[in-house]
Write a protein that binds this ligand. Structure first.
Ligand code: SAH
Length: 214
């Protein structure tokens, strides 16, 4: 039997703490969410590898470090309402759900949305709702959000998404070319009509496909 708990602890130390993730709540969430439950059965033994893994339909579950860095950059508070665009396996949604109050997570591929729902329910995670649809323009019914987390890369931050941020809200999203040269950016809504953007570094994500993406 693989000792997943030991692999998870090692991942937190060797991949996250060693590379500068310091937020104690983020580290605790990463130490608690069982990543092995979110990867395909055949890849379970590789769940704590230091990289993305395929989850079917040409999509991937992000590298643990990226999930942690994005969660840390979003500065999530326990009462926060969170929008997660690109559910994929549901892993990032599960991490975000430990940090905030409720997560609305949107996935455009129905089979992935279905599987993520089943995985989250199986783990007894009740504060995530998975919606199937195009999240590139956000999800108006529950806006505004304290945090918007986008796990797929578009040409630029859609203005519609920026407008779904609450005052003081934070959006974290990869933008840039479809292939090489993407940047992870954070946008903060500082006033009714003012947003500040900062660059968090180079990344590589699958494309955001939809009205506000490619
Ligand atoms: N956060 C995920 C990884 C996401 S990979 C995890 O933890 O497993 C990015 C996902 O975004 C893919 O599943 C892809 O299908 C989805 N996606 C791409 N464009 C989208 C859009 N416009 N709306 C919703 N989901 C989208």
């Amino acid at each position: 039997m693989t000792d997943f708990a030991a692999l998870r602890r090692a991942m937190v130390e060797d991949q996250l703490v060693a590379r500068g993730v310091t937020d104690a709540r983020v580290l605790a969430a990463m130490a608690e969410v069982p990543r092995e439950a979110f990867v395909p059965e055949a890849l379970r033994a590789r769940a704590y590898e230091d990289g993305p893994l395929p989850i079917g339909d040409g999509q991937t579950i992000s590298q643990p470090l990226i999930v942690a860095l994005m969660a840390e950059a979003a500065r999530i508070l326990p009462g926060d309402r969170i929008l997660d665009v690109g559910t994929g396996s549901g892993y990032a949604a599960a991490v975000l759900a430990r940090l905030g109050r409720f997560v609305w997570s949107i996935e455009r591929i129905e089979t992935l949305a279905e599987r993520a729902r089943a995985t989250l329910a199986g783990l007894g995670i009740g504060n995530v709702e998975v919606i199937c649809g195009d999240g590139s323009l956000g999800w108006a019914p529950q806006a505004p959000y304290d945090v918007i987390h986008v796990a797929a890369s578009g040409p630029a931050v859609p203005a519609t998404l920026e407008r779904q941020l609450a005052l003081g809200g934070r959006l974290v999203m990869p933008i840039g070319p479809r292939a090489d040269g993407q940047r992870l950016v954070r946008v903060r809504r500082t006033a009714e009509g003012a947003w500040e953007q900062d660059d968090l570094g180079g990344v590589a994500f699958v494309p955001l496909i939809g009205a506000g993406g490619w």
